[in-house]
Design a protein around this ligand. Structure first.
Ligand code: NAP
Length: 255
């Protein structure tokens, strides 16, 4: 099987992003992988290019930096790579009392989860318009559906991702560009540890989330929510979920 299409995945050095890279590689897509950890990206590039006989281009970039999206886009252009699919997966969160958390933590989350995602989407859309087609998958969260006391900024960033992506799904349909939102619930990755949380009971495997994401993206779905419990969760009343969130995050935040 030959597939000349290229997918760019941010946050591909671990978790859901790494598993997405493996799924796309197994379908013979060439890859552009973005994250900060250069060594991990090199290892993944080596592993996937040999296993699946595909081309992998890596970009080490900190997406909390103001010009990061432009830098990534220019590196792709300078290497004459045409991106057919953009997956904005990189993201991070932090549990804590909002008033005690350093403002730089909020800023970094907003820059990574919102600003870079928005800018990358805009830059690659312009290229997809020229190509006459394209696919974008933005990774939000089930947390996008309700406020998250003690992890407030992170949940708010994911509500933004969902809102932006659903609006663009409608806006870009006539241009043959699909925008899919992937809303995972608790997933076993480094995310929880980095956020200062523990894995929730029933957290899904990242590989399963990635497979759901890939399949939904290929079907041009507007929204993908992996797992039955998560599908139920997003339909519960906002206030109820927010109260449950309050109870579950409070202890972690006060530690
Ligand atoms: N795990 C969950 O329970 C869960 C639930 C809902 C939604 N999500 C979302 O799923 C997405 C993937 O997260 P994950 O669970 O797979 O977590 P993860 O294992 O921590 O992966 C996060 C990825 O993002 C990259 N990243 C983090 N900060 C970055 C920065 N400043 N610049 C560039 N890349 C950066 C990391 O690479 P480097 O460290 O090498 O930069 C890593 O590759 C995120 O958007 C997250 O919000 C996760």
């Amino acid at each position: 099987m030959v597939n000349n299409d290229t997918v760019l995945i941010t946050g591909a050095s671990s978790g859901i992003g790494y598993e997405l890279a493996e799924v796309f590689a197994s379908k013979k897509y060439d890859l552009v992988l973005v994250a900060r950890s250069t060594e991990k990206l090199k290892e993944i590039s080596d592993q996937l290019s040999k296993k699946y006989l595909i081309k992998v281009f890596i970009i080490s970039e900190d997406l909390t930096k103001e010009n990061a999206a432009e830098t990534v886009f220019q590196k792709v252009k300078n290497n004459n790579i045409k991106v057919n699919i953009l997956v904005n997966n990189a993201g991070a969160g932090k549990v804590g009392l909002f008033h005690q958390m350093d403002a730089s933590e909020d800023y970094k989350m907003i820059q990574l989860n919102i600003a870079s995602l928005t800018h990358l989407t805009k830059l690659f859309i312009s290229e997809m318009m020229e190509q006459g087609s394209g696919k974008i998958m933005n990774v939000a969260s089930t947390g996008a559906y309700s406020p998250g006391p003690f992890i407030a900024t992170y949940y708010a960033t994911k509500a933004y991702v969902l809102s932006l992506s659903e609006a663009l799904y409608k806006e870009l349909k006539p241009y043959n560009i699909t925008v899919t939102t992937l809303c995972p619930g608790a997933t076993k990755t480094n995310f929880t540890k980095n956020a200062g949380k523990k894995d929730a009971p029933g957290a899904m495997e990242a590989a399963k989330v990635a497979r759901c994401g890939y399949e939904g993206l290929m079907k041009n779905k507007k929204l993908i929510v992996p797992g039955l419990i998560n599908k139920i969760l997003i339909r519960l009343p906002k206030n109820l979920v927010s109260t449950l969130n309050f109870k579950s995050q409070k202890n972690l935040a006060e530690k």
